[in-house]
Design a protein around this ligand. Sequence first.
Ligand code: NOJ
Length: 571
Amino acid sequence: MLPRCAFSVCHVLMLVLCLSAAEDFDWTKNDHGSFYYGTFPAGFSWGAGSSAYQTEGAWDKDGKGLSIWDVFSHKKGKIQQNETGDSSCEGYYKVKDDVSLMKELKLNHYRFSISWPRLLPTGIKSDHINEKGIQHYDQLIDHLLENKITPIVTLYHWDLPQVLQEKYGGWQNISMVNHFNEFANLCFERFGNRVKYWITFNNPWSVAVEGYETGEHAPGLKLRGTGAYRAAHHIIKAHAKVWHTYDTQWRAKQKGLVGISLSGDWGEPVDISNQKDIEAAERYVQFYLGWFATPIFHGDYPQVMKDFIGRKSVQQGLGTSRLPTFSPQEKSYIKGTCDFLGVGHFTTRYITQKNNPSGRSSSSSYFSDRDLAELVDPRWPDPGSEWLYSVPWGFRRLLNFVKTQYGNPMIYVTENGVSEKMLCTELCDDWRIQYYKDYINEMLKAIKDGVNVKGYTAWSLLDKFEWDEGYSERFGLYYVDFRNKNKPRYPKASVQFYKRVISSNGFPNQREVENWRRKAVETCSSSNQLLAADPLTSHMEMVTEIVVPTVCTLSILLSAIFLMFLLRRRN
Ligand code: NOJ
């Protein structure tokens, strides 16, 4: 824990002095406490998001193949309470219901992902195309468009076909580039007449680090110090290839855009008078968002990653860097493959310099390569997930970082939101209202700074399967009662609040915004009562499941006893 004095007024003042040179960014306006009343540019797009494995359920229905998440979640000990996404929100069967919820919110767009193995059960296009899977997404896209909601479609939100993992080792293998390109091409062919916003990958940082370095996510590999870099290398190449495919084969006809969604926490130096901390904080962001954004915008990895990983690799006695390299041809092929940048952002860390001795190559890791330590301010609110502290001002800084580093690209915020703990069946989520209010306001300030943000996606529409955390963390605007087989949805208070932000396209004035908040919290208490009444019905279903077999068993037993009694009497 940091001493509280580290976050003094002096800290803020020093920050202003040291960083005021940052191009176009007036840090003096970044007064953490002040709220900016104003509206977003006309045409700003408001949305909410989800992903296939987290919400669809129907994991083995209608010809879908297995994904790495189906297999991973079925292994004991990988997910909290050994939960799975087998049925999740049953979103596969609730397209119309869920689009009604979006209409209720008056969303301009909905971000969802396509499950690769639902379309291509083995992952390989030439093996078999599952038409039922295509029909499902056709139905969803059509229904969204009928309701004037723009689909923003992610091609890869982590659910790699299991066959590709088993046959080739998944993203460790370069052959994924072509398989993914074939899958993407199929999506452009079948859906591209209606879908105009494509996201190749969602949060490749997590795929690489949690999938291939720490093993907390599927496929659960722990290839420390090399696995994440290798996976990321192939993902960047796959992204570039898909962008070129769209550019050369589809763009002229379909007139859509292809981007990538990168996630990044903001890293703030602990001591802004200390050059080492400033550099460490910069490194934190470069190893996170910059790892993917720099090749895509500038053609190669951030210099600081090449330097640090390269130096440590030499010290570890390796002949080459653990960070792979791009050839000159690859660099120019990858550079500029982004029509818009998706940004997923949830939280911030304080960063300080910390040397990690290089040691042997077997002890290397992505984390130790960075030579830094992450800290949090104990006063930051953390209502849900352990890692998620509410630090709205970090959002403005990250957006400005993107603007200055990558030439002010067009940005869609593809994920932003906050969770609560599972046991909390509280629909009056005042803290979520606070989080959205403050984060959306910092995004508004960033737009005033000149950052080119075109849309915002609240994460997420529904409570859903939260990866290794199972159902223990709820991010939804709508509460889902997972105990009930029907998976009913209930609006949280934040639905009412977000709806007002959308209809006013921002924050008109203090009186109104406070009114929205008050009203939202008032109306949610009636929904709370509905939910409170629900356990009875769901419990009754469960009892039936127990009662039926019990009655059957009892009847068999009684018949047996009666039969024995008859036989004895005969003898
Ligand atoms: C980012 C992931 O893309 C998303 O699937 C997840 O729900 C959020 N982080 C929250 O953990």
